[in-house]
Write a protein that binds this ligand. Sequence first.
Ligand code: B12
Length: 155
Amino acid sequence: MSVPVRHKRRIVLSTVSSDSHTWNLVFLQLLLEEGGYEVHNLGACVPDEVLVEAVRRHRPDAVVISSVNGHGHLDGARMIRVLQADADPDVAGVPVMIGGKLGIRGAADADLAGELIAAGFRAVFTEGADPADFGRTLNELAGAGALTADEAVAA
Ligand code: B12
């Protein structure tokens, strides 16, 4: 009898090329792992091409980008354009969200969300975002509950 086994949803967690902050990534990794996700944390200062390669290798259900140095809205917009220009539709089509201190204006950075969504992000979390919203959105984007063919194994 074939019994569907639910595997952990896979997340690639990254920051942008200019950003050397790491505790934001540690925090998010722990939060995601506590939520039952398998996390591939790429660490600080990730070049766009390294993110693309990581998505190609790990085939994540979603990508989470975190940036706090204030350049996130610029580097993030460039990064997602590079990812979405990839010839492999599975790489180009992976859902990506971004959050953190994405500019240098504190709460006023909320108005950066529109341009980041227009660039291709599926969700944007600026300062003060509710962690519960993050969990809910990720659950939706990463397709929780859906089983792919390779997740059904013979028991
Ligand atoms: C520690 C620190 C550093 C350390 C980092 C060491 C390390 N290994 O990480 C060092 C000294 C290297 C550093 C360097 C710089 N820093 Co610094 N740094 C900080 C500091 C004091 C704490 C950051 C931290 O670790 N917080 C703990 C983590 C857990 O929290 P967090 O980063 O805020 O992330 C939370 C949220 O933002 C959110 N979040 C983050 N990402 C995401 C993503 C999603 C999807 C979601 C939902 C939520 C989310 O969740 C996290 C948990 O609540 C902050 C000031 C502060 N008090 O925040 C400045 C700060 C981030 N740094 C800043 C700056 C400007 C710099 C430098 C440019 C300084 C310089 N002139 O050289 C460089 C940048 C270097 C670079 N290339 O990026 C500014 C950024 C300005 C802005 N965005 O408005 C800050 C805010 C200081 C300030 N008030 O001006 N920094």
